[in-house]
Ligand binder design. Structure first.
Ligand code: 5GP
Ligand code: SF4
Ligand code: MG
Length: 463
């Protein structure tokens, strides 16, 4: 049960807009640009001013929303969600936003992250009479909010937030307000922008670019925003904590055209590639990346090493991400479907293959084989992040240490396993040097827990 609950809400994307005549349409486009954060389900809830309308479903944004259903979603405020999940619980009921109706009005909630005390809270709430319909953390928040009785809604939401532990970026919508909350560590990214007279909030800034919004600032760790017709107000409700933005957002999750804390993700990845070349210079003929996620790092490696950057691998545009497949065998098939080696580029060459991260080792194994089958004389696998050795409890899909190759094997064993001529990783020190310091009081604090085992949230039952 606990593992199942932990496995939810992975790497999702959230969006919110207030005071825009086409709030649902803006959400549709924004969710489209956040689609890389989750492909299993998507939803939009819009307010007409006195009622909330929802449309959601399993699948991609373009599959869930037809032109006809968008016509029905009329209103000036909206929230949206794209969902990624692993494990068995990927049914319709878990697709967000979740919409709750009560005598006093409705509330819709969408969440990115993972609460570390959700099981505890569920047990407590169930003991007191709540019944849950979903496995989503958003439902835990809804029940907590309802427990506040007749005190004003913002007070109840703020109290409920103080009961939560773990990672969260929440957007909440009522008929007359949009609320936004980020956990005290700022584990998940969340940005605030303006679109004419409208306020917008999104997991990534690439959503702003698509709809023509301008970036205002990050939502601060522990911040609670109330946005309504009279304007925006900001408060800090959660206890003060050290900043710990997920380092994997820079390494893999976020889109290269997004900015995180003002740093462009592509540029950050390129720097990681450069740092990798400094740490691990290797004699070879060409450098190639694994489309699309490691191309920036591969370009950085090539630039710093003086070796030519080549398209050694081509990706089919029409297959989903390998990681989303439920089983190892399906994942392996997925990689095969997705990528092919370019013989004309790699034949007879010593190839440096730069990837962004190493989790189960599936991608590195398949690609090394593929490159060798295409005639590469040597394949050197260089990973632009440190080995992932520890499970993430804050929203990434690594449920147990047993699935993490680097938690169970040493470097030599891993190199043999993937069949490469060498295997090298970026050091934690270099990663920090490029991206910021670990879990610090300043704004550059990072979570590095899956690399180091130093979890930013103390007192968890998971460590
Ligand atoms: P592996 O193949 O070692 O299990 O996972 C690493 C590879 O999968 C990388 O190429 C990375 O781009 C890709 N990948 C897909 N989804 C994810 C994810 O959710 N997290 C990480 N770290 N990598 C992922
Ligand atoms: Fe991100 Fe890793 Fe921290 Fe999870 S443990 S939040 S993936 S840095
Ligand atoms: Mg990749």
């Amino acid at each position: 049960m606990l593992a199942e609950l932990r496995g939810l809400n992975e790497e999702c994307g959230v969006f919110g807009v207030w005071n825009h005549p086409s709030a649902a349409q803006m959400s549709y486009y924004a969710l489209h640009s956040l689609q890389h954060r989750g492909q299993e389900g998507s939803g939009i809830v819009v307010t007409t001013g006195d009622s909330l309308q929802a449309r959601k479903g399993l699948g991609l944004v373009t599959e869930v929303f037809t032109a006809k259903c968008m016509e029905k979603l009329q209103g000036t405020g909206a929230i949206g969600h794209v969902r990624y999940s692993v494990g068995g619980t990927n049914g319709y009921e878990n697709v967000q936003p979740l919409l709750f109706r009560s005598q006093t009005g409705g509330i819709a909630i969408a969440h990115n992250g993972n609460l570390t005390n959700s099981l505890e809270l569920r047990v407590m709430l169930e003991n007191e009479g709540s019944i849950f319909q979903t496995d989503a953390d958003a439902e835990v928040l809804a029940h907590l909010i309802k427990r506040g009785g007749n005190t004003p809604l913002p007070e109840r939401i703020k109290w409920a937030l103080t009961q939560l532990e773990g990672a969260y970026a929440f957007v909440l919508l009522t008929e007359t307000e949009l609320y936004v909350a980020l956990d005290p560590y700022g584990l998940r990214p969340l940005s605030l922008g303006k679109l004419g007279d409208a306020w917008v909030v999104a997991s990534e800034t690439c959503a702003f670019d698509l709809i023509g919004a301008t970036y205002e600032r990050e939502v601060y760790p522990g911040e609670f925003l109330t946005i309504k017709d009279t304007g925006l107000s900001s408060e800090f409700v959660a206890k003060k904590a050290s900043r710990a933005l997920c380092a994997m957002e820079y390494v893999y999750f976020s889109r290269p055209d997004s900015n995180l804390r003002g740093k462009n993700v592509h540029t950050a990845r390129k720097k990681l590639g450069k740092a990798l070349a400094q740490e691990h210079p290797i004699e070879a003929d060409v450098v190639t990346g694994v489309p699309d996620s490691s191309l920036s790092a591969a370009i950085g490696y090539a630039e710093a090493s003086g070796l030519p950057y080549e398209l050694g691998l081509i990706k089919s545009r029409y297959v989903g991400r390998t990681f989303i497949e439920p089983s190892q065998s399906l994942r392996e098939q997925g990689v095969k479907l997705k990528l092919s080696a370019v013989q004309g580029v790699v034949k007879g060459k010593r190839v440096i293959m730069v990837d962004d991260s190493f989790v189960r080792g599936t991608t590195s194994t398949r690609i090394t084989r593929m490159l060798k089958e295409a005639g590469a004389t040597e394949v050197h696998v260089l990973i632009a992040s440190p080995p992932i050795k520890y499970p993430c409890y804050y929203g990434m899909d690594t449920l147990s240490a047993s699935e993490l190759v680097a938690a169970n094997y040493d470097l030599k064993e891993m190199r043999e396993m993937i069949g490469a001529d060498s295997l090298r990783f970026l050091s934690v020190d270099k990663l920090q040097e490029v991206l910021g310091s670990p879990n610090s009081r300043d704004d550059h604090g990072l979570c590095l827990a899956c690399f180091t085992g130093n979890y930013p949230i103390k007192g968890d039952d998971h460590v």
